[in-house]
Design a protein. Structure first.
Length: 498
C-alpha cells in the first residue's frame, strides 16, 4: 500500500492533476525481460486515462539498457517521428516502487501473435513494418553517447562475445561452434553494410497492432549502433516465425511485402542473401539469450518454471534450426539459398535403440543440471516423485502436465551422463559414445571446430544432426507418449506418483 500511495503521488505530480487515484494496475502481456504495467487512473474532476509503467524484471539479460538510457532512446526516436509510445517521465528514486522505472503513453492495440496472425491485412502490416524499420535505420543518434560504439567488424566481434559466454559458462556446444564457423566463412557478409541505429529486438510481440494497422514499436532496451541487416535478419529468423514457415517475415507475412516496405523508405533494394546470413546470426544470439533466460531462473533472482524450461527446450530447438541452415552445401554463397531435406525421422523405438547402443550424439551435461534444478523447484525427490507442496492446489500443475514433466525428468535421467567420448579424435570425426564425467573430449572437439579442422565436413554435420534430433525427441513433451511402454503408466507407477 505504501508503494501504491507513493506511485500515486508521483503520477499526480508528473501529470499535474489534483486528486489523482490509481484505480487498477494490470500486468501487460509479454515482457520476458522487462515488466510492463498498465496504470488506469481517475481524477477528482472526473477525467482519467491510462499510462504504462516499465521497469526491470528481477534479473536482467546482458546488453539490456538501464532505465535512464532506455528513456533517452525513447525520447530520441519519438521526437524523430518513429511510431513509439511517448515517454512521459523517468523515475530513478527507488523509494517509490523499489527500483527505477519509466512512465510512458499507453497505446491501444495488441502484441499477441495469434491475434496479429488472425488479421486480414497482414501483408499491408508487413509493408508498414518494413517502412518503419527503414525509418529507424535512417537515424544517426550521435547525441546518445552511451550507446555502444559501432564496430566495422560486427560479426567477428559478436562471435567473440558468444564464444566467451560459452567458455565462461563452462558450456561446450558443438552445434553452435559449427554455426559460428559457418558465419566466419561467409566473409562477404562479415563487414557491416552501414552504421545506423538498430532496434535490436525488432520482432512480432514487440510491436502493437490496432485495427490491423501498426500502432507502435516497443521494447528498445537492446537498441544501439549496428548493421541494419541485423534487424532484418532478426525479424525474419525462424525462431520468431513460431512454426509458420510459409510466412517468414515475422511469422505473419511474406518477405516480399516486408522488403518492399523497407526498400520504399531506405531507397535500397534488400539483399536476400545478406538477410539470411543475419538470420543465422540471429539464431546464435537467441541461443545465448535462451540460456541466459534459464540462468535467470537458476540464479535465485527469479524462480520461474517458464524461464527454466526456456533454458532447457529452446536451445535444443535453436540448434536444430542452425543445423538446417548451415548444412555443408550451404558453405558457399552460391548454394546458400538451397533447402535442406531432412532425413526420415526415427521412430520412438528406433531412437531408443540408437541412444542405448551409443551410436547417437547426446551432450546431456547441461540438461542434467537444468533438470536437476527444475526437479528441486518442484520438490522432485530421489524416488522420482515431485509436487508443488501441500496446500498449494491453486499453483499446482494439472495432472497431465505433472506427468509430462515427470516423464521428461525420468527419460533424461537415463541419458544425462552421455557425452562425446573418443580417446583419439585425430583427423576423423568421432562416432561413438561412452559414459563419462570428463569434458576434455568435448573441449578438444570444440577447439578443432574453431580452428577450421571440420569445416564443411559432412560426417560431423550428420553426427550433429542425428544428435540434435535425438535430444529434441527425448526432451519434447509431444514425444513422451512414445515412451509409455518403457516407463509404465505414470498414474499408477511403482513410486506412487500422481
Amino acid at each position: 500500500m505504501n508503494k501504491i500511495m507513493a506511485l500515486t503521488d508521483f503520477v499526480g505530480q508528473v501529470l499535474a492533476r489534483q486528486g489523482l487515484v490509481i484505480d487498477r494496475i494490470i500486468t501487460m502481456s509479454g515482457g520476458a525481460i522487462q515488466e510492463n504495467l498498465r496504470l488506469d487512473y481517475s481524477c477528482a474532476d472526473g477525467e482519467g486515462g491510462s499510462l504504462v509503467l516499465r521497469t526491470d524484471a528481477a534479473t536482467l539479460v546482458a546488453g539490456s539498457h538501464e532505465k535512464a538510457d532506455e528513456f533517452s532512446v525513447l525520447a530520441f526516436v519519438h521526437s524523430a517521428g518513429i511510431k513509439t509510445p511517448k515517454p512521459i517521465a523517468l523515475c530513478l528514486d527507488v523509494n517509490i516502487i523499489g527500483k527505477p522505472f519509466i512512465l510512458m503513453e499507453y497505446l491501444p492495440g495488441t502484441t499477441d501473435f495469434a491475434q496479429i496472425r488472425a488479421g486480414e491485412k497482414r501483408e499491408e502490416l508487413a509493408i508498414d513494418l518494413g517502412r518503419e524499420l527503414a525509418a529507424i535505420h535512417r537515424l544517426s543518434p550521435t547525441e546518445l553517447s552511451f550507446l555502444q560504439p559501432h564496430t566495422p567488424d560486427p560479426v567477428n566481434s559478436l562471435i567473440r562475445q558468444y564464444r566467451n559466454f560459452f567458455d565462461q559458462e563452462g558450456v561446450v556446444r558443438p552445434v553452435a561452434e559449427w554455426a559460428m564457423r559457418w558465419c566466419l566463412i561467409q566473409t562477404e557478409y562479415c563487414c557491416s553494410s552501414a552504421q545506423t541505429l538498430v532496434h535490436g529486438d525488432f520482432r512480432t510481440a514487440n510491436y502493437l497492432v490496432e485495427g490491423g494497422e501498426l500502432a507502435g514499436i516497443l521494447d528498445w532496451e537492446f537498441s544501439g549502433w549496428g548493421d541494419p541487416y541485423s534487424d532484418l535478419g532478426w525479424f525474419c529468423a525462424r525462431c520468431w516465425r513460431y512454426g509458420y514457415e510459409d510466412t517468414p517475415a515475422g511469422g505473419i507475412a511474406s518477405r516480399a511485402s516486408f522488403y518492399q516496405g523497407y526498400g520504399a523508405v531506405s531507397g535500397q533494394e534488400v539483399d536476400p542473401a545478406r538477410v539470411k546470413f543475419w538470420e543465422v546470426m540471429a539464431l546464435l544470439r537467441w541461443l545465448v539469450i535462451a540460456i541466459q533466460q534459464g540462468e535467470r531462473n537458476y540464479s535465485g533472482g527469479e524462480r520461474d518454471l517458464e524461464l527454466g524450461l526456456t533454458g532447457l527446450i529452446r536451445p535444443l530447438e535453436i540448434e536444430h534450426m542452425l543445423l538446417e541452415m548451415t548444412a555443408p552445401s550451404f558453405w558457399t554463397v552460391e548454394t546458400q539459398g538451397k533447402i535442406v531435406t531432412p532425413d526420415q525421422e526415427a521412430t520412438a523405438s528406433e531412437l531408443l535403440s540408437e541412444l542405448l547402443s551409443g551410436r547417437s550424439l547426446n551432450f546431456w551435461a547441461r540438461e542434467q543440471v537444468i533438470l536437476r534444478q527444475l526437479g528441486q523447484q518442484t520438490d522432485y525427490d530421489s524416488s522420482g516423485c515431485y509436487s508443488f507442496g501441500p496446500g498449494a492446489e491453486g499453483t499446482q500443475m494439472a495432472g497431465q502436465d505433472k506427468r509430462a514433466l515427470h516423464k521428461t525428468i525420468r527419460i533424461s535421467a537415463a541419458f544425462n551422463n552421455m557425452i562425446l567420448k573418443d580417446s583419439a579424435l585425430g583427423d576423423t570425426v568421432p562416432e561413438k559414445l561412452e559414459r563419462s564425467d570428463e569434458t576434455s573430449e568435448l573441449i578438444t572437439l570444440r577447439d578443432k571446430i574453431r580452428s577450421s579442422d571440420y569445416d564443411r565436413k559432412g560426417q560431423l554435420y550428420q553426427f550433429l544432426l542425428r544428435g540434435s534430433r535425438s535430444r529434441l525427441q527425448v526432451i519434447s513433451p509431444a514425444s513422451l507418449t512414445g515412451y509409455v511402454a518403457l516407463l509404465g503408466d505414470e498414474r499408477n507407477d511403482s513410486n506412487g506418483c500422481p
